[in-house]
Ligand binder design. Structure first.
Ligand code: HEM
Length: 265
């Protein structure tokens, strides 16, 4: 847990090599997301829709109220992924989300601050890197093996892989191979091949995760917060995304809804 695998790696590779790799991955996120926005036209749709909804707003929001709604959305809806409701799906997502954030922040800190030959890595950052990877694995494998809609609601076997799994699987591959690489490296096995194999797999899974942004669900971490803010603003200004207002009547759905948990999407 206290091993900084990047510092050990810089005994054979110059730190600048690792830093360039991180910058390339960041560039891949930007390129993949921008091309996706242009090609899928989702941002154009999003803004046109918001403009159209504004026309049916029943009241104007002031700057203070807008800021308060955005702050509340960040703290409540985004930081806790409230749209997933209460239950396993939300717990798994929160574990994976914060795990990944920890894993990425710690990777950047370890690579940019603690890979020079005269630096000593604080245990805190090495531990954050490992804890982040473990949390990503717990949340991600739980989701992928048991909670994924195809498996839970549509009864497909867990090993059926489709294009939509690209994001979650490459994310899990990065965390799993990163941990395996750090572990085998910390065993100090002279001239053994296993840590190099896991390092290669770790590099390849990072290239697949960040290089696959255009094809994967990676950008949902940018779109989802934007959509949550827009939804809450539309709720407050009365435009409600052009949806009808809530009915002023008791909820009556018959017996059907009591017979079975809703899990068919
Ligand atoms: C570092 C940030 C995040 C990471 C690593 C992350 C990771 C993931 C993963 C791995 C999935 C499963 C994808 C799949 O269907 O194969 C997922 C789904 C989802 N994410 Fe995120 N996410 C992040 C941020 C967010 C944010 C900020 C929101 C909302 C505000 C969000 C909302 C969702 C929703 C609604 C789903 C669908 C969940 C389901 O089908 O059960 N995510 N996320």
């Amino acid at each position: 847990m206290t091993n900084n695998p990047f510092a050990v790696l810089t005994e054979t590779l110059p730190p600048v090599f690792l830093q360039c790799f991180v910058i390339t991955m960041l560039a891949l996120i930007v390129i993949g997301t921008v091309i996706q926005m242009i090609h899928h036209k989702n941002i154009t749709y999003f803004f046109n829709n918001a403009k159209k909804a504004k026309l049916s707003a029943t009241r104007e929001l002031g700057a203070g109220e807008t800021t308060a709604i955005i702050a509340k959305t960040i703290v409540h809806d985004i930081a806790t992924t409230s749209e997933l409701g209460a239950g396993k799906r939300r717990v798994a997502h929160v574990l994976g989300m914060y795990g990944t954030i920890l894993f990425w922040v710690a990777s950047v800190v370890l690579i940019f601050c603690y890979t020079s030959s005269d630096s000593v890595t604080p245990n805190f950052w090495s531990m954050m890197w490992h804890v982040g990877a473990i949390m990503t694995c717990v949340g991600g494998y739980w989701f992928w093996l048991f909670l994924r809609v195809d498996v839970l609601a549509e009864a497909h076997p867990w090993y059926r892989i489709i294009k939509a799994d690209l994001f979650v699987l490459t994310l899990l591959a990065c965390a799993t191979f990163g941990l395996a690489w750090s572990y085998t490296q910390s065993l100090n096995l002279e001239n053994r091949w296993d840590d190099k194999v896991f390092l290669t797999l770790y590099i390849l899974s990072n290239i697949a995760l960040f290089g696959g942004v255009y094809w994967s669900k990676f950008a949902h971490m940018i779109y989802k917060p934007g959509a949550a803010i827009q939804k809450n603003l539309a709720e407050a200004d009365g435009s409600r995304d052009n949806l009808p207002p809530y009915a002023d009547a008791p909820k009556q759905f018959g017996l059907g809804i009591k017979r079975e948990q809703p899990k068919h999407y």
